[in-house]
Design a protein around this ligand. Structure first.
Ligand SMILES: [Zn+2]
Length: 182
């Protein structure tokens, strides 16, 4: 969930900001927070559905899952919950556009296992947020937080702050471990 989504949502929400209070009600009814989220998410899901994973993706993902599991940074249940796929994302490293649907940018296949592990942990946190809050609440909280900070998708968004905190914790934990030679 990164810059492209921020730009599109900002545009949508800018268009949806009315000059006249009475128009606001009509526009908000047409573009509520969940629909604003789904507008982008649906496009990403449609594009990624037909995408062929790059060579080495399955092996890299398996190694990354194993790294998170054996280091105690993710549980087996958590790693099994989402369908994880590589897909070219417009401007970002990962996205959770729907419950238990997790995309990683296909450029990340070239990344180290530990590098990918921290990004996967970030996105697993969004999967957990979807579960904890419920689908509509997650989408609406996310969009509202973005609007509140002028379209940001960084730590000023409480849901992103949580995901980045986990990403940081995983990075630090993996760096502390002695990693075997590849
Ligand atoms: Zn995020």
């Amino acid at each position: 969930m990164r810059r492209a989504l921020a730009c599109l949502l900002s545009l949508l929400l800018t268009l949806a900001v009315p000059r006249v209070p009475r128009a606001e009600t009509a526009l908000e009814q047409r573009f509520d927070c969940e629909q604003a989220f789904d507008l982008i998410a649906t496009l990403v899901i449609a594009r990624c559905a037909a995408w062929q994973a790059p060579p080495g993706a399955a092996d890299k993902l398996a190694a990354t899952r194993a790294r998170l599991l054996t280091s105690g940074q993710a549980s087996g249940a958590e790693l099994e919950a989402p369908r994880i796929a590589f897909c070219p994302l417009a401007a970002g490293t990962g996205m959770v556009p729907a419950p238990r649907t997790l995309y990683l940018d296909d450029g990340l296949v070239e990344l180290s296992v530990d590098g990918l592990a921290e990004i996967l942990a970030h996105e697993l946190e969004h999967v957990a947020q979807f579960e904890r809050l419920g689908s509509r609440n997650f989408k609406c909280d996310y969009v509202r937080a973005m609007v509140a900070c002028g379209g940001c998708q960084d730590r000023r968004n409480a849901l992103e702050a949580e995901a980045y905190a986990r990403q940081d914790a995983v990075r630090e934990a993996l760096a502390r471990e002695v990693t075997p030679a590849p």
